[in-house]
Design a protein around this ligand. Structure first.
Ligand code: ADP
Length: 510
């Protein structure tokens, strides 16, 4: 088989049609509902105890810390009340021995010490107040105490806005006695031991932070509906009606929120949408990736959408062609006729032979390659992936398959976005009457549905948003008119300001 035909055959396996999109949306909505009703559903739909999104007019000085993996970040955020903010930040690497310390105290005392250092360096007024005049935390007035949002990117069972017990450590951390404990209380204890004027006001999930940050900075005062991450992983958090979160009643928690906004932000954990594989696409490459991953059968949506996996899907698809002797990918047949030294081969040491050897950034490079003869793709294959002398035909085949994988990821992302927009009824406003008459709808601040996104994939993969929009138009409940009303904006590095905003909302709810 000719190379082009072989590549087209593989690319076609990644086609995700209009019918697939619509089936996906229906099932996504069903699984979202199930997650709101009961614990232990495929999609966790975790109540965050955050009951409002900001509108940009919020003011004040807040702190945020972020314990994610390798680093610990401390920052202070001045919210100016006009959708802008200023941020002061410091970052320190977590010493390896503290990640596997004997006791929680060792790690959390280190974190508190970093907060103290930060105050000393950047907010000396608060620090001096403490040392010279007050001597103890108790002596601070409410105004002098910083409210802090604690972004903690490990699995926690949250039971209040600033309460959550660690389920298990991940990412190389392993401190036995932290498991089952409230991580906010652990941090507060060490902060108090240093007599710092800091109150751990909120436990923050990074996706929720993205939603809050976008809602504060987005144009207009409507408030953002959804914050979504398409980076290493994928996840979304959105504003849900409290009354629809029926499992919260069973958890005994709903009465505490009566008289508030009537809303609560839900952390969907949509990476695990359809783990049972009733509607997700499943090529042989997807199946092999999952089988050889360290968590087979889990995070099935994420495994088709996010940065951690797309490169690996492409790698497996390419190797299938390489191993198919009837299709001449990276073989002599197409090697450069003008240079008799060049024969196309994948070097033995090429990362293409290794699991996870192909980075998703390569999909962006090749899908966006407009150079003559796909020179950029060929050079990248040669320099980064040890494929010697790839031909233009090779590069064309690689680009075709990479683009198919990227486009499928974007169309799957549209499924998640559409499901949230449809299930929350956000497009069902009077403005829609115009759509049924086929009159052209004027999109304005009142009928915009705002969505904040973050992550390298949506930021750098060429036309990712365009592909999402194309799919949204194919869904009857949204259509071209609805799609126009959906505004998608980047919420870059929202974690600091997002955590600060959650601390602010937590203060208001006290
Ligand atoms: P995180 O989600 O961990 O906060 P990022 O949003 O930067 O961080 O996402 C990192 C992921 O994005 C990695 O899986 C990486 O392979 C992928 N990535 C990095 N650069 C690009 C790019 N230019 N195009 C597509 N994916 C990329």
């Amino acid at each position: 088989m000719a190379l082009a035909a072989g590549a087209e055959r593989v690319a076609a396996e990644f086609e995700y049609t209009k019918e697939d999109v619509n089936r996906g949306v229906q099932e996504f909505i069903r699984q979202m509902d199930e997650g709101l009703q009961k614990q232990g559903a495929t999609m966790s739909q975790i109540p965050t105890y955050v009951t409002a999104v900001p509108n940009g007019t919020e003011k004040g000085l807040y702190m945020a810390v972020d314990l994610g993996g390798t680093n610990f970040r401390v920052c202070s955020i001045q919210l100016h009340g006009n959708s802008t903010f200023s941020l002061t930040q410091s970052k320190v690497k977590i010493p390896q021995q503290l990640m596997v310390a004997k006791t929680s105290h060792e790690l959390f005392a280190f974190l508190a010490k970093q907060i103290e250092l930060f105050l000393k360096t950047h907010h000396n007024d608060h620090y001096v107040t403490h040392v010279e005049r007050r001597k103890s935390y108790v002596g601070f007035t409410e105004e002098q105490v910083f409210s802090l949002g604690f972004t903690f990117s490990f699995p926690v069972q949250q039971s209040g806005i600033n309460k959550g017990t660690l389920i298990r450590w991940t990412k190389g951390f392993d401190i036995h006695d932290t498991v089952g404990k409230d991580v906010c209380a652990l941090l507060q204890k060490e902060i108090d031991a240093l007599h710092l004027p800091v109150r751990v006001a909120a436990l923050v999930n990074d996706t929720v932070g993205t939603l809050m940050a976008r809602s504060y900075t987005s144009p207009g005062k409507t408030g953002t509906l959804l914050g979504a991450i398409f980076g290493t992983g994928t996840n979304g958090a959105y504003v849900e009606k409290l009354e629809r979160i029926t499992k919260l009643k069973k958890m005994g928690g709903v009465s505490a929120f009566e008289g508030e906004t009537g809303d609560m932000i839900i952390n969907t954990e949509w990476g695990s949408f359809d783990n049972k594989m009733s509607v997700l696409p499943n090529t042989p490459y997807d199946r092999a990736l999952d089988k050889e991953s360290n968590n087979p059968g889990i995070q099935m949506f994420e495994k088709r959408v996010s940065g951690m996996f797309l490169g690996e899907i492409l790698r497996r698809a390419l190797l299938t062609l390489v191993e198919d002797k009837s299709v001449p990918l990276f073989s002599d047949e197409h090697s450069n006729q003008n240079d008799f030294h060049s024969t196309t081969t994948i070097h033995e040491a090429s990362p293409l032979w290794r699991q996870w050897g192909l980075d998703t950034s390569f999909l962006s490079i090749t899908s966006g390659d407009n150079s003559a003869g796909l020179k950029v793709t060929r050079q990248t294959l040669e320099n980064d992936y040890e494929v010697s002398a790839p031909s233009a035909e090779d590069a064309e085949a690689v680009r075709l398959i990479a683009s198919a994988i990227g486009k499928r990821a974007a169309r799957l992302s549209a499924v998640a976005i559409a499901a949230v927009v449809i299930s929350t009824g956000k497009l069902e406003k009077p403005a829609d009457i115009a759509t049924s008459n086929n009159a052209s709808l004027e999109v304005n601040e009142d009928n915009i549905v705002d969505i904040g996104v973050d992550g390298s994939l949506v930021e750098f993969y060429p036309n990712f948003e365009d592909y999402i929009r194309e799919a949204l138009r194919e869904i009857p409940q949204i259509g071209p008119q609805g799609e126009k009303r959906i505004r998608i904006g980047i919420a870059k590095d929202g974690s600091g300001v997002g955590a600060a905003l959650i601390a602010l909302v937590a203060d208001q709810g006290r």
